[in-house]
Design a protein around this ligand. Structure first.
Ligand code: HEC
Length: 116
């Protein structure tokens, strides 16, 4: 004759309560990293210093990090102009058309292929 396994579902609950009860007596867990220095990445990768950097930082950092500018393959003036115009026309960057030449001058001066 087979016994129905009525008790089986109760076993995990019993184990769990034993484990929970045992936990109460355990020492407080110590932070194994206490005392280690944690170096956080800098908030914003730095744009190169130069004329117009503040303008670029304020015009270009509201939607994405400056990584987008810094890690871009070097672009020439026409390509930077197209890029900035795309930010305005397609993505709605709040730039006035007058600002574009100054933005592009900074980008060209600092993030263009080396002149040959
Ligand atoms: C209104 C939001 C907004 C502003 C302001 C803005 N961008 Fe962007 N930018 C975007 C979006 C959206 C993308 C595309 C992101 C993606 O593809 O993941 C992008 C992508 C880029 C890229 C990567 C290449 C590309 O074309 O996708 C570059 C470079 C870039 N932006 C430069 C600039 C510069 C320079 C400025 C300031 C003149 C600027 N952005 C301001 C929204 C903006």
């Amino acid at each position: 004759m087979k016994r129905p396994h009525l008790l089986l579902p109760g076993i995990p609950a019993v184990l769990a309560s034993v484990i929970l009860a045992a936990d109460v007596a355990v020492e407080p867990v110590r932070n194994p990293f206490a005392g280690d220095r944690l170096e956080l990445p800098k908030e914003e990768p730095a744009l190169k210093a130069g004329a117009g950097v503040e303008l670029v930082r304020s015009a270009c950092s509201s939607c994405h990090s400056m990584d987008y500018v810094i890690t871009q393959p070097p672009l020439n003036r026409a390509q930077w102009t197209a890029s900035v115009e795309k930010m305005k026309a397609r993505f709605g960057a709040p730039l006035s058309t007058n600002e574009i030449p100054a933005l592009v001058s900074y980008l060209e001066a600092n993030y263009s292929p080396p002149a040959r």
